[in-house]
Each structure stands twice: as C-alpha cells, then as structure tokens.
Design a protein around this ligand. Sequence first.
Ligand SMILES: Nc1ncnc2c1ncn2[C@@H]1O[C@H](COP(=O)(O)OP(=O)(O)O)[C@@H](O)[C@H]1O
Ligand SMILES: [Mg+2]
Length: 601
Amino acid sequence: MTDEQQVTLTGNAPAKSKPVKKNKAEEMALKQRDIGVAEFFARNRHLLGFDNKRKALMTTIKEAVDNSLDACEEAQIQPEIIVEIIDLGNERFRVIVEDNGPGIIKKQVPKIFAKLLYGSKFHSLKQSRGQQGIGISASVMYGQLTTGKPSKIMSKIGPTHQAYYCELKLDTQTNGPDIQHEKLMEWEGKDHGTRIEIDLEANYIGGNQSIDEYLKQTAIVNPHATIIYTNPKAQQFIFPRATELMPPKAMEIKPHPYGVELGFMMDMLKTTSAKTLQQFLSTEFSRVSSTTAKTICLNASVQPNIKPLDMSRELVESLMTGIKNTKIIAPPTDCIQPIGADLFEKGLRKEVNAEFYCASTRPPSVYRGNPFVVEASIAYGGSLPPEGSARLLRYANRVPLLYQLSAGAVSKSAMSTAWKNYGLSQSKGSLPTGPIVIAVHIASVWVPFTSESKEAIAHYPEIMKEMKLAIQECGRKLGSYVKKKKRVGDELKKRSLIEKYIPHVSEALIELIGLSSNEKILIESNLGQILENKRGVIEDMKFDASKNKDFDETYAMNTQNSEEMVDEDTDTIIEQKKTEESEINKLKNNSENENKGGDAE
Ligand SMILES: Nc1ncnc2c1ncn2[C@@H]1O[C@H](COP(=O)(O)OP(=O)(O)O)[C@@H](O)[C@H]1O
Ligand SMILES: [Mg+2]
C-alpha cells in the first residue's frame, strides 16, 4: 500500500490530491429532502379529483357547496346557496359559490383557502361532508396552476361587521397563502356568509355525472337547503327548500376504545392531560366510565394510577389486550343524522315517476369504533326505462357520489344482492336489469373513502353487511310488489283468453237451446259476470302517471343512460383520441418527408 493510500484510509485528506469522489449513498443523500404537501398534491392532483377538466369543475363546485352546507348546519342557519358557472371561453370557467353561512374570520380566510390539510373537521368525530381539510384549498391551487390567476374570497361574519375581501394563491413550496390583495369592504344585502370565485381550466358536460345532476341530487338529500344554480349556458335552476326543519346539529363524539390502534393509543397517551391511566381512559374515550376504565386496567394487568407518560410500549400492548377483553357498550349513535326513510323515499318520488317506491333506514352499526347508519330506497316501474341496467345512486353524509360508480362498497353490495329473489333478472355479479333505481346513503362520523377525492366507500365488511341488509329490506318489499304484478298480469292474460271464447259459447248456446239472437248480449254479459265471480275481482295495477304528487319536472332524472356503470370518462377519451390522431398525423408527415427526401436524393 502506498503512503497516499494509507493516508486516505485513515481519513486524513492527502496534502494535494484531487477531491475525493463521493460514494453512491452520499451522492444520493444530497438529493434526499422533504416533499411539500402542496407540491405532492400539485403533481398528484388526480388523488384530489382533478384528473381531467370535467372532474376539476365538479370537484371545485362540490367542495365549495359541501363547505357551505356544513357551515350552515354547524351554525343552524337554513342554507341558501348560489352557484354560478361562467364560460370564459378557451376551456376556462369561473366558478362562483356564495352562501349565507356564519362566515369566516379574517385571520382564518388565507389558511382555509390557501393551505392544504387545514380545517376544523379532521380532528373531530362528527358527521360532516368535509373531513380531510383538503377540499377548497385544492381548488384554489388547481385554479392558479391552470390559469395563473388568484382566487377571490369574500366573507362577512355579522351584520355589524364589514366584509373581508382578498385575492390569494397557494404557495406550493411552503403550502401557505400568498395574499395578492386584501381589503375590508361593505357587502350590501348580506348579513353574513362567504363568497368564493375561482377561475380554472375546465370542461362542462351534461349527463349523469354533470354538475346539474350533482346539484339536483344535493337538493334532494338536503331538503332543508335552497340552491340557486346558473349553468354555463345561463340556464337557471332553483331548487327551493322542501322543509323548514333543519337536521339536528351533528354531535361530536370521542373515539371508541375498540376502534383505536396501538400506535394511535401511544400518541394519545403522550399528549393527554390526564394524570392517571384510569382518568385517561374515562375522559378521552366514549362509553368508558370510571368503573369500565378500572375493569380495563384490571384485565390489562396495569395499575390504574400509572401516569400516562410512563406507559411503555409493552404496557400499551397489555392495555390493548385489556380493552379487547372488556365488554364496552357500542359508541353512541345519536350523533348520526340519517335522512330518514320517509324523506329519502320522497326524494326519489321527486326525481322519478315510478309506480312503486320503498325505503328503509337500518339501525346504527359500528366499524372500527365509528358509528354509522345505512339507508336505502328503491323506485320501480312506471316511467322508468323497462330495459337496461338498474340505476344506482350513492350518497355519503348527504353528498351524492357521482364518480367511480362501479367501485366501492355500495356497488359491490348492490351487485352481490340476489335480485332474482325479488323477481328481477340479473347476470352474475352485476346490477339487476329492469325499470329500477336503487339509492343508498351512508351517514357516519367518519366515512371511509377509498381516496382523497371522496368518490367511493371502502369495503369494510361491517359497512357492506349493513348496505346489503338495507338493500334486501327494500328488495323484499319490491319482491312482493313485482310478484303481485306478475300474478295480476298472468290472470289478466288468462281472462282475456277466456273472454275470447265467450262470443263462441253464446252462439253455441243459442243454437243448442234455441234462444233468440236478441238474447246474445244478455248471455254474453251473464257469462262475463260468472267469469268475474268465479275468478274474483282483480286490482288495477296500471301505472297512473298523475298519481305521484311529489314528482317534479325540475328534478326529473335523466334516465336515458344506463351505461354509466362503465364510469366512462369522456374527457380522457376525447383527449386520448386527439393525441392518437396527432401522433398518427405526425408519423404520416414524417414518413412523407422521408419519402420526399428520398426522392430528392
Ligand atoms: N363557506 C364556509 N363557511 C364557513 N366556514 C368554512 C367555509 N368553507 C370552509 N370553511 C372552514 O374551512 C375549513 C376548511 O375547509 P376545507 O378545506 O374544505 O376542509 P374540510 O371541509 O374537509 O374541513 C372547514 O373545516 C371550515 O371550518
Ligand atoms: Mg370541505
């Protein structure tokens, strides 16, 4: 070994040598750094529901409307929401959403609209539409990424206050607000509320996954709200509130011990202000009284008076076993506000003019310690298209879910229901076919969505089971109707056959017993009477389109498309086609040029 090598190996730099070449791990270390939340989501905007221009428009409206409804409910104000979309040309749209909610204080506005993962709902277990704190700020970010423009926000918190107005962007490096302009101003004719204006690149398309449809369905499952909507074609739709009754204010609950995992329990123990384990258990969890807390400690073989901070990993492990071995009442369920079977069915009546309706609300149930309620409603027959796949409507905490129709717990539950039992045809593993609309709603303190874009519900077995039971309850009622209708249909067929023979029988009788031909009418009427007496009176089950008084043309459902289960993305397909075409053209041009070049040579 040379001297130089020895020096290098001992770690002392040789006097005059070239810079030491870094090894790969050191080189890589130079590139390793934090990834900002906002830069992550700017690049992965599809995770937030911004994967194409059409969806971007829908997501923006949905987030804003969800927030307005949540805020109004929290403040117990009857919501009045104005939604307007203006076509600015060149695939740019302006979205304006204004509410009469409690407003937002000046200090909070920038963070709410220009910071991802900032909100009031994430840390509380309470039924609400938003939960991740990522909704509206993502729309602001998308707007600025696609148009370069800031969003304009105005909010007023009371009649004696001035409104706060600002124009802001989200700094994707810091995930924080970049306020471009702000002022206090008068907001004429408004006591309190919030108005947002976002310019964004988007695409407006009608149909089952359109904003028109989303707002209509929102009005149906939120009968306490008035929604005034102007679409980009300047058509205005007014959905007036159908009830003056506000849904009761959502109650917040504490986590249930059965739903908490070990790591989370360790975090809770670190941050609690409780002095002892027993106190920690009885104050931080729902359904744990002081006595239950003591029993848990006993079953866990841990001292009830141990300090929470002294709980080692091993002790928490025992605590978890203790919880498992203690019988604890299920979490309270009065915190869940379902729509209610009657209103849910009424909603469907507004939308479709069918001949049969039913609905059912299941008793509350629990998944991972979170209480939830499932309700289902069915409309059948009447003006619904007799052929094609059933239409499935899904809702979570009163929000219609329009995308990923074939994914998620609702579709899976509906598809795995044996609809043949209820007199409908169904191919294995798909929705039934026939004139039927199936609506399913889940209300929970925490809806487990499969992604941040909140489009489909995760397949928790407890949730799937409740969904299936709710669908089956409705299915059974539907089954008896369908079977009765079939019986009546068969009977009518038989009768018409027999009736066909009455004139022949009467003629034969006239001949046989030598009656005068004048008596033919009397004989025929008597024979008809005998037929009726023998076979009994049958119920008139003919569809009467004027019978459903709730049916409302404004809400009338677009029942044309049954292909929506494919969850087809027109935007993507159009864009794909465009690129394919331009690529083919490019190839053509290239080969033509090459040929020309060849000729020239
Ligand atoms: N229109 C509004 N009126 C009053 N408060 C609002 C409004 N919009 C949003 N907020 C507040 O801003 C927070 C963040 O909203 P958002 O980013 O959509 O997240 P999330 O709704 O999931 O909490 C909400 O939790 C709520 O406290
Ligand atoms: Mg929200």
